[in-house]
Design a protein around this ligand. Structure first.
Ligand code: ZN
Ligand code: ZN
Length: 150
């Protein structure tokens, strides 16, 4: 999905749930798919729509919309869960493919000397000091993420 389409779909969903006075805003984060700020803003990573299917995108928006419709203290409690499901979401605390998003969007990968990817990060200066691969007992290094797609 391109950004313009995603933005208008996000706007439509927000308006349909009475969030006309909330803003939708792109963020540049590669670690988090979306977030609800009680400054009346729903943020989404601009790298996400290129990665997500229509139904995944919709579930993420409904997750954030359910937050926006409740006072902040609800977090991911049962009230939030019930509301999220009622408006068509999945009521899950974690977006099921957030690990895959991290894999697709992170700038760097942390690899061990055997080439195995242990983690993803977004800074070249991620500290590898004293870090070893538990399986191979070898030091790790930071390289450009070979699995990056967005
Ligand atoms: Zn949430
Ligand atoms: Zn290893």
């Amino acid at each position: 999905m391109d950004l313009a389409t995603a933005q208008s779909k996000a706007r439509e969903l927000m308006d349909a749930h009475g969030l006309e006075d909330w803003k939708f805003q792109w963020s540049r984060t590669r670690t988090e798919i979306a977030a609800c700020s009680y400054d009346r803003i729903i943020y989404m990573s601009k790298y996400y729509p290129g990665f997500a299917s229509d139904s995944e995108f919709r579930l993420v928006m409904l997750h954030e919309i359910a937050h926006a419709l409740l006072p902040m203290e609800h977090g991911h409690d049962d009230v939030w869960k019930e509301l999220c499901i009622r408006i068509g979401g999945d009521g899950k605390r974690l977006v099921h493919h957030s690990d895959k998003f991290q894999e697709a969007a992170s700038l760097y990968a942390v690899v061990c000397a055997e080439g195995e990817i242990l983690d993803y990060c977004n800074s070249k200066s991620w500290s590898t000091k004293g870090k070893y691969c538990a399986e191979h007992h070898k030091p790790v290094k930071v390289t450009p993420n070979p699995n990056r797609v967005v």
